[in-house]
Design a protein around this ligand. Structure first.
Ligand code: TNX
Length: 523
């Protein structure tokens, strides 16, 4: 039955489905912009290239180039002034303009533009290709300066093309840092001229008999450059002093024998994959058994070589020294070591980053950024350790494992993933948390940002990364970029679910094999 037309309800136009939610969004009642094969894109060359690419993926239309000064009808992209990474996007039937405060802001405006495109329901638009951009005015800027994703390339190795694909995905959601977990017990993944045996002897294997691999220095430079072109800063992590079994295969003189304490035995029981053996590659999932020899001069020389070379290879400001789960290292030695290494990094002209355990470090360099990986409700004094960094006047990156660890199972039937972080992490749990509500005394001023790590014990391929990350990575993007929940009526699970469900067509067009989790209206 259809309603008599006199009873038809005139509803306001639906808000466009944007993720992450922009800071301010006004939806006009005016006619939309009709995108056709004749639409011209003009302005800043890099932004024009990015816009043509996203429009081609989404619609199949290859748009023509307009004038470099950004004038002319169609889509105009240009730079002006404003707060870092911000942009203003205006669309009406007459045209679309995106003005970025800087190149990153313009790039983010283009990503928003990609999400605004939808297929017209009106058959009369079909002649022009049938694509619309609604009449809107968007003013957008990020809540947090650091919005990161982490990829563990040590448990399983991912080649350059796969890492680039992950950069494409993350940058489209306005993430601006790629943390690469380059080393772990299972493999060392970066070639270094100063310590060639690391990749000669400790890179060929991975978890469960999977092939290993490593990046040459040129591969690494290529990733740095590709990330930069997508407005992402690469943050390399060399995990010290634990998670170093691979180091022991190459340079046994700097390594302790595996230490099989009760917690390690427990992880072997829970995660499986066997007990580590000195001198043999480790292909299991256990953590916490390996340690460098903390008090030896040979170890200091090793750390200086490795971090010095990585500092030279890395244009970004951060070097991550790991520091997590060093259960095989005596406490006092650990505290002295992380303090010493943080100061070495500062001497190299970089800003140290470390997992939150290092917050107890002795003489930690006061610029050291802590990365909190405890739960959204802290346990086991993890919040105290994290406050070690803020007490020095430094800041935290928030990665609570029960909300943003993309390697957790999303439900009981998840074929991939782990469950140690309080069970399964649904999309809703990934969304409903606020970084400023996790650690008492740590609010926005003390928070540099948010990072969503993807550990890869159970992930081998790009399809596996997609299946675990999407859609939960979009929840992390919104937590990192969008206004706090109390500051916006649209920062609710219901609104997010509707908006993220509407990304299905765009994601499919970009080749993202997301998991269509229940509770989200995919369309
Ligand atoms: C904990 S949290 C780890 C990693 C594992 C991950 C699996 C942290 C800093 N370390 O070694 O891969 O859990 O979820």
């Amino acid at each position: 039955m259809s309603l008599p037309s006199s009873l038809a309800v005139v509803s306001p136009p639906p808000a466009p489905a944007l993720v992450p939610l922009p800071r301010a969004l006004q939806v006009g009642t005016a006619a939309p912009f009709v995108l056709t094969a004749d639409t011209i894109v003009s302005g800043d060359a890099d932004a024009v290239a990015a816009a043509r690419e996203v429009i081609r993926s989404r619609t199949g239309l290859t748009l023509s180039l307009g004038r470099a000064d950004g004038t002319g009808s169609g889509i105009a992209l240009r730079l002006d002034e404003g707060v870092p990474e911000s942009y203003v996007l205006k669309a009406s039937a007459d045209g679309v303009s995106v003005v970025g405060a800087d190149a990153a802001g313009l790039f983010y405006g283009v990503q928003t533009l990609g999400q605004l495109i939808s297929r017209s329901a009106d058959a009369r638009d079909a002649a022009g290709g049938g694509w619309l951009i609604p009449a809107v005015r968007i003013e957008d800027a990020p809540r947090f300066a650091y919005r990161g994703v982490m990829l563990d390339v040590a448990r399983h190795f991912f080649d350059v093309a796969t890492v680039k694909a992950y950069i494409d995905r993350a940058s489209s959601l306005k993430f601006n840092h790629l943390h690469l977990h380059l080393t772990d017990d299972q493999g060392w993944r970066l070639e270094l001229a100063s310590r060639p045996l690391l990749t000669e002897r400790a890179a060929a294997t991975a978890i469960g008999g999977a092939p290993g691999g490593f990046y040459t220095r040129d591969d690494y430079r290529e990733l740095v450059a590709y990330a930069a072109a997508h407005h992402m800063t690469l943050v390399p992590e060399i995990d010290l002093p634990g998670h170093t079994h691979a180091v022991s295969l190459a340079y046994p003189e700097v390594s302790e024998q595996p230490v099989l304490g009760p917690q390690v035995i427990e992880t072997i029981r829970d995660f499986g994959g066997g007990t580590p053996v000195s001198g043999e590659p480790y292909e299991g999932l256990a953590v916490g058994f390996s340690s460098l020899r903390i008090t030896d001069e040979a170890t200091d020389a090793f750390v200086r070589d490795v971090l010095g070379e990585i500092a030279d290879l890395t244009p970004g400001p951060y070097l991550h020294i790991g520091g997590d789960e060093a259960l095989g290292t005596p406490r006092a030695d650990y505290d002295a070591f992380v303090g010493r290494v943080s100061r070495l990094i500062a001497d190299l002209g970089k800003t140290p980053m470390a997992w939150h355990e290092a917050g107890t470090g002795t003489g930690l360099h006061p610029t050291t950024i802590g990365q909190y990986w405890g739960f959204t409700t802290p346990t086991d004094g993890m919040d105290d350790k994290a406050r070690g960094f803020t007490a020095l006047g430094s800041r935290l990156v928030m990665s609570p494992a029960d909300a943003v660890y993309l390697d957790m199972k999303f439900d009981e039937d998840s074929p991939l993933g782990l469950t140690w972080a309080n069970g399964v992490t649904s999309a809703r749990r990934a969304y409903e948390w606020d970084p400023a509500e996790v650690i008492a005394g740590v609010s926005d001023d003390a928070i540099l940002g948010v990072e969503a790590p993807l550990w890869t014990e159970t992930a081998r391929t790009l399809a596996d990364l997609d299946a675990l990350a999407f859609p939960r990575i979009a929840a992390a993007a919104e937590v990192a970029w969008s206004p706090a929940p109390h500051a916006s009526a649209l920062r609710t699970w219901e609104s997010f679910a509707a908006r993220v469900g509407a990304q299905a067509a765009l994601w499919a067009s970009l080749g993202i094999v997301f998991t269509p989790l229940p509770g989200i209206p995919w369309r």
